[in-house]
Design a protein around this ligand. Structure first.
Ligand code: ADP
Ligand code: ZN
Ligand code: ZN
Length: 730
């Protein structure tokens, strides 16, 4: 008679830049049959210790089992990573071609990554404890009583003490491995509402009932103009989710988690709301994570990485402003939180709702293909027509600080005569003032990047926006010694100074330099609400999550800068941005207007924007992408290699390309080419693009490329990475 030998090998995801699992044996004090996939362990790794996640138990290893190192200890008795999240992380690792251990590191709070135990204040039965007969152990009365209490449900330290069971008794049971620590059993989160919700408009009601009617996984696109009541639809869906005793996960863009967003959720729901964002202190972050994991939080709201939060009883996933670029992580583990959210909903078998006034072409394409169900909200709640939009043809016009006389007149009229708010929008990229010598033409460039330095008059400095290098503003030209230095191009600071000189009302500048921290954000929100007369001048920051109901004029100072960026998404971004800023203005009274300055007023895009026809623009752009085989109809990935030597990256990628086995016919490789910003922080950047008609072909090509790249001996100081579904490919 033969029986399978028991599993003794732990296959772990360890945070390391290698795309494989690592084999260990169980910690000396832990029986291997107590371990399950999803347990977190501390392991020796090289000369350090790391937190690893148990993915599989196996009978044997490719290595000699006797030689395997033992894990040092179990971090927590509970399964910190539930099974579905385990699957999600493994999927993400494969899809984004990123080492699995690093993916899990992104999913764990710092406290656990550092191996610190989570605080546990309650007890429950262990597997072994559950196996004991009622009344055991017969000779230890207090122990038996404790076990029978725990058989009913978990108990906190305090509850046990009240029942007359000492901590010594619990320690004895722990030593016998009959009990384990756990978090206080929270029970279901409250589902009652603090305020009664408004009566839904017919199109909102249709969306809510269609989405709530489904069972299991379904992907919904809630496509509704700003102010059409998308958030109200989320709130009512969440209420139903809570009634079923399940949790809702809500993702918002980086700048979208404002106090006002949170206040709206808190005003509606009585349950615990866990928030997760980058500004949180580590303790608070862990608490929120734990509340999500143990099920005491009914709602979890967070930015990008919150998509990896463990949930005890997930019931709904919401991704607000799904088109927002901040959902894509731009370094390290380059995932799209929107796409991971969709996969998560599929694994959890729950509905996912993507909401936007300007859906991404990806999502619209999925609607076309029948993958997503679309729900349209066409009208704004509480009235307020969309503002009128017109263009100013900049060709040949004299400009001061980027502003035409016509736009200045409109600003004057709105701010000084009508005493209303004005919002002026500058594109960060198009607006980098540089320094040039009038004598010899010398231009101030960064020593480490293929980029010009930006003038910051307020701080009397030159700064590189790519690597952060800075220096004092020179008084004379380093090449010819000339003293006539010109500032070329426009910055928010210059435009601000010009407007201050021209206008009698307050002028406020909002960009990442002038706005830091939550207080600054709050000031902006308050100003938006107060409707005090002011001209607000800013960058992308203005468009996200803020409502300016009192704004009567929106000016887009340079639409061309965005439209003609090196990125193939330039026009899509511009259309989204203008539609978004327009949507946030003029809610309070009619007659609001949007003025767009451009050198290309003849572009069909502007006509469509003027009639609020984002759908028409999107259809047009989608057709162009299809023609070019670009995303979302084509599948795109990029490998980039950065090195201090000028051609090292090119040579590396070129060798990869040559070593490839024959690829599927629908697969195209482009490059190696220098990145649009070809040198940054002293590193030369080369890229190899991989375009395919199908995901399967792209995966085949990528697997081959990445497999090869990993085996290859790479030049010293060369770094490479893969970006799957890259955005911002400039
Ligand atoms: P969106 O998320 O699409 O921008 P919101 O949900 O924020 O829209 O709704 C815009 C405004 O209309 C909010 O002040 C909201 O409270 C209000 N609102 C939304 N739906 C309704 C409704 N059915 N009845 C009354 N007011 C509503
Ligand atoms: Zn000079
Ligand atoms: Zn630089």
């Amino acid at each position: 008679m033969t029986s399978k030998p028991p599993a003794t090998v732990l296959r772990l995801a360890v945070p390391a830049p290698l795309r494989r699992l690592f084999d260990y044996t169980a910690p000396p004090d832990i029986a291997v049959d107590r371990l399950r996939p999803g347990h977190c362990l501390r392991v020796p790794f090289g000369r350090r210790e790391a937190t690893a996640v148990l993915l599989e138990l196996a009978q044997e290893s490719e290595l000699d089992v006797a030689q395997l190192r033992a894990a040092s200890r179990l971090i927590d008795e509970e399964l910190l990573i539930p099974e579905r999240l385990l699957q999600l992380c493994r999927w993400a690792s494969a899809y984004y071609e990123y080492p699995v251990g690093e993916v899990f590191a992104a999913a764990l709070p710092k406290r656990l990554r550092e191996g610190r135990e989570p605080p546990r204040t309650a007890w429950t039965l262990s597997l072994r404890g559950r196996g004991l007969p009622e009344g055991a152990p017969r000779r230890a009365k207090s122990q038996a009583r404790a076990l029978s209490l725990l058989r009913e449900r978990s108990h906190s330290n305090d509850e046990l003490r009240d029942a007359g069971i000492s901590s010594a008794v619990m320690r004895e049971l722990l030593a016998k491995e009959l009990v384990v620590r756990c978090t206080a059993s929270p029970g279901l989160p409250a589902s009652d509402l603090r305020e009664s919700p408004p009566e839904l408009a017919p199109e909102q009601r249709e969306a809510v009932s269609a989405i709530a009617a489904g069972d299991g996984f379904r992907c919904h696109l809630l496509n509704g103009v700003t102010g059409s009541g998308k958030t109200e639809v989320y709130l009512q869906l969440i209420a139903r989710c809570l009634e079923e005793g399940r949790q809702a996960l809500v993702l918002v863009p980086e700048i979208g988690l404002t106090p006002q967003t949170l206040a709206r959720f808190e005003a509606r729901f009585a349950c615990t709301i866990a928030t997760l964002h980058s500004g949180l202190a580590e303790g608070a972050r862990f608490e929120a994570w734990e509340a999500a994991r143990n099920g005491s939080a009914g709602i979890v709201i967070g930015t990008r990485s919150a998509v990896f939060t463990p949930l005890a009883r997930p019931g709904l996933v919401v991704v607000d402003e799904e088109h927002d670029a901040s959902y894509k992580q731009q370094d390290g583990f380059r995932y799209s939180a929107r796409d991971v959210a969709i996969k998560r909903a599929q694994l959890e078998q729950v509905a996912v709702v993507l909401g936007s006034a300007t859906p991404s072409l990806e999502s619209l394409h999925n609607v076309d293909r029948g993958r997503f169900q679309q729900h349209l909200l066409r009208s704004r709640r509480g009235g307020g027509a969309l503002p009128r939009l017109r263009t100013i043809d900049l060709r040949g016009l004299p400009l001061e600080a980027g502003i035409s006389a016509e736009l200045l007149a409109a600003i004057r009229q709105t701010a000084e005569v009508d005493q209303q708010q004005v919002l002026l929008f500058l594109n960060r990229r198009g607006y980098a003032p540089t320094l040039q010598c009038h004598g010899c033409g010398w231009v101030a460039e960064c020593d480490h990047c293929s980029a010009r330095l930006t003038v910051h008059l307020g701080r009397d400095r030159l700064r590189c926006h790519h690597c952060g290098a800075q220096q004092r503003l020179p008084r004379h030209c380093p090449d010819c010694g000339g003293r006539h230095l010109l500032t070329r191009g426009l910055g928010t600071e210059q435009t601000e100074a010009f407007l201050r000189a021209q206008l009698s009302c307050p002028v406020l500048r909002v960009d990442s330099d002038s706005m830091r921290g939550h207080d600054a954000m709050q000031t902006l929100v308050d100003l938006g609400r107060s409707a005090r007369t002011a001209v607000i001048l800013g960058t992308q920051m203005l468009t996200k999550g803020h409502h300016f109901p009192g704004v009567q004029l929106v000016g887009v100072i340079d639409a061309d800068a965005l439209m003609f960026s090196a990125d193939f998404r330039g026009e899509e971004r511009m259309a989204q941005l203008i539609t978004q800023v327009a949507g946030r203005a003029g809610r309070e009274r009619s007659g609001a207007q949007v003025i767009v300055q451009t050198h290309h007023p003849e572009k069909a895009l502007f006509g469509a924007l003027a009639s609020g026809d984002y759908a028409g623009i999107a259809a047009q752009l989608l057709a162009e992408r299809r023609g070019a085989g670009l995303p979302p109809t084509g599948q795109l990935a990029m490998i980039r290699a950065d090195a201090p030597e000028e051609r090292a990256g090119e040579a590396f990628l070129d060798e990869l390309r040559r070593a490839l086995p024959p690829l599927p016919d629908d697969c195209r490789l482009i490059g190696p080419l220098p990145a649009a910003l070809s040198r940054r922080a002293g590193l030369f950047r080369w890229q190899l693009w991989c375009l395919a008609a199908s995901r399967t072909s792209l995966r085949r090509a990528l697997d081959a490329l990445v497999g090869d790249a990993e085996k290859k001996k790479r030049p010293r100081r060369l770094n490479w990475f893969v970006d799957v579904d890259p955005i911002d490919v400039a």
